[in-house]
Design a protein around this ligand. Sequence first.
Ligand SMILES: C[S@@+](CC[C@H](N)C(=O)[O-])C[C@H]1O[C@@H](n2cnc3c(N)ncnc32)[C@H](O)[C@@H]1O
Length: 209
Amino acid sequence: MDESYYRYIRGWFWKWAWFYNFIALPLTGIRNKVAGMIDSKDKIKILDVCTGTGTQAFAFAKRGYEVMGIDLSEEMLRVANKKNKYENVRFVVADAAKMPFENDYFDCACISFGLHDMPHEVRHQVLDEMKRVSRKIIVVDYHIPKSRLHRWLHVSFASLYESKYYRDFAKRDLEELLREHDFRAVKEAYGLVDFVEILLCERKLLGSG
Ligand SMILES: C[S@@+](CC[C@H](N)C(=O)[O-])C[C@H]1O[C@@H](n2cnc3c(N)ncnc32)[C@H](O)[C@@H]1O
């Protein structure tokens, strides 16, 4: 992969890390909703991909799950580690496009607001890796409106603060992308009215169409 993407993302989040928790405050209510998508009483293993400052990872940890958060940005993870008061959460610097985990190691892999911060070919690699390490995934990201006017308003607003990869993400169909990776949505929810989409997906079994 083009080194310029890695440089760009590390630089971008180096700049935003100290301020990120404040910017992401409106998402606070969504974290619990996302964690509630998997309803398990067991101490299951969760991977939080592109974990950033770890807020979603902590919402899983509160439910007693064993959580691993990975991110490219050391600065974002520095903030996550400072906030971490849970024994069942660990953070590791790792590339989501090349994860250092065995096949099917996790019960669920979640990516929240990560897919819009990477080039399209990396999105494919990340989804392949999520599929390799877990049978279930949760994808949380912007819900791009279908109507042209609403989409224009949404994209114009989010482009004011988003990374340069966001516009490409907004042109794509997230559910279509997930289908290309043999995932089917089994639960769907929305947050911040319908600004954010939450999809719990399972890997299709071979021959299940
Ligand atoms: C907008 S933040 C989202 C953080 C967090 N998941 C949340 O919901 O607040 C996107 C994160 O994706 C990370 N990221 C982007 N590309 C990545 C990659 N290939 N591997 C790991 N992390 C990546 C960035 O460093 C950044 O921390």
